[in-house]
Design a protein. Structure first.
Lengths: 156, 281
């Protein structure tokens, strides 16, 4: 039996009929057509599917779409405004915080929350904060640099 | 990785929730950090899921006499960052900050973790060391269960299918009590290979109170009463701590899996018990 959900995704209101078992990641990618959140491991480890639900980052492969009913969702597509990159995106670009880019949407979303909660994170705090996002290319050092740069940009 | 079909209910109050659970057939969904992965693997295939995620009463933090009452739906992030919890019961806040990763801490809940009773979960070590009590509510009655009777076995607790956990009741820490949670982290999942929670208070140069909870070593978390007995009354010297910590696996059947053998787990448990007690002293 399908259930009606109302959500606000990247500022746009949506109403859809979904099966309760539909995962949020599948709803975003296949129903809405937002391909920014990636399916990496699908076991809630890798964090490539990370989105913000009411401002809090969550792994959308470990959530049901019905749990997001009535809530506000931001995906990586919602970060840039009026063609202007979000400071976190710009920092990842400037600091080469990516190679293949598969983990990047999740990294960006988690970083946004990380620097919101801790405007001046240390290297150790950044690594702790990004434990839920795996990158198989960079070795993380450039990602840590990017997060620091983003924090300085937002804070300064 | 798609769960089996199920019916979904989202009650707005505790009463509605326990009415929906009264037939004993439904499964409770809190944050979903344990249940949804199990449903995706079809290790769990409930026909009816009752989502407690929108019951505001279950996310309260209240202090009552010498107790701190934590609503079952508080997320790990909320527990870790609440100023009141940090002040009154620092061990549970510290433990919460080590669970999983940032995304999991935003969704996963205190009650959900307790109810799932994963042998490698972090909270159970702290809950044992704190001698927590768990309030269980069903349609027509409620009961409070001590943590020693709550964790029954791996993935098994005293919670009946018609019941929900509404709150966990923890002691407000007395002044002068030191606490620490130390764990060896499984690098991919963040789960504990072994985790040890300690609370220690010294009085007049001697250890007046010691409580130690252990996760990851046995099928379910437990209080290491042998360690506590050796430590209490001692001066808490390095030698005292080492001697006490050596008792952490006495009488325990240590688990073994692809991450760690039982012998290795026993060794890690002794090392981390000593570290947790030292840090708490």
């Amino acid at each position: 039996m399908k259930t009606q959900i109302n959500v606000c995704i990247n500022g746009l209101e949506r109403t859809d009929e979904v099966e309760p078992r539909l995962l949020l990641i599948h709803y975003l990618r296949e129903v809405i057509g937002l391909k920014g959140p990636h399916i990496g491991c699908e076991t809630s480890i890798c964090g490539a599917c990370t989105v913000a639900l009411n401002g809090k980052t969550v792994k959308s492969c470990a959530l049901l779409a019905v749990q997001a009913d009535g809530q506000d969702i931001v995906t990586v597509e919602g970060l840039a405004t009026n063609g202007q990159l979000h400071p976190v995106q710009e920092a990842f670009w400037n600091e080469h915080g990516l190679q293949c880019g598969f983990c990047t949407p999740g990294m960006l979303m988690t970083t946004r929350e990380l620097i919101e909660r801790n405007p001046e994170p240390t290297d150790e705090e950044i690594r702790h904060g990004l434990e839920g996002n795996l990158c198989r290319c960079t070795g993380y050092q450039h990602i840590v640099n990017a997060v620091k740069s983003a924090a300085a940009k937002v804070g300064g | 990785m798609i769960p089996q079909e199920f019916n979904y209910s989202r009650p707005g109050t505790v009463q509605e929730a326990v009415d929906l659970l009264a037939d004993g057939e439904a499964k409770v969904l809190a944050g979903g950090m344990s249940l949804i992965p199990l449903m995706k693997l079809r290790l769990s295939a409930p026909e009816h899921v009752v989502d407690l995620g929108r019951i505001p009463d279950l996310s309260r933090i209240t202090e009552n006499g010498g107790s701190l009452h934590l609503g079952a739906l508080l997320t790990h992030h909320q527990v870790a960052t609440s100023a009141l919890v940090q002040e009154k019961c620092p061990l549970i806040a510290e433990t919460a900050s080590h669970i999983g990763d940032a995304q999991v801490r935003n969704m996963g809940t205190l009650g959900g973790s307790a109810a799932h009773a994963d042998p490698a979960a972090d909270y159970p070590a702290a809950l044992c060391a704190l001698e927590a009590k768990v309030r269980l509510v069903r349609r027509d009655s409620e009961r409070v269960v001590g943590i020693g009777d709550f964790f029954v076995d791996a993935l098994t607790t005293a919670v009946e299918p018609e019941e929900i956990i509404t709150e966990l009741i923890l002691p407000v820490e007395e002044a002068g009590t030191g606490v620490s949670y130390q764990k060896l982290r499984q690098p991919a999942s963040g789960f504990a290979i072994v985790g040890v929670a300690a609370r220690v208070r010294k009085d007049g140069g001697r250890v007046a109170m010691a409580r130690v909870g252990v996760t990851g070593l046995a099928a379910s978390a437990y209080r290491a009463t042998g360690v506590e007995a050796l430590l209490e009354g001692s001066e808490g010297s390095q030698a005292d701590v080492a001697a006490a910590a050596a008792a952490v696996d006495e009488g325990i059947e240590a688990i073994s899996d692809l991450h760690a053998s039982s012998d290795y787990r026993r060794h890690v448990a002794r090392v981390y018990t000593a570290r947790a007690i030292q840090a708490a002293l």
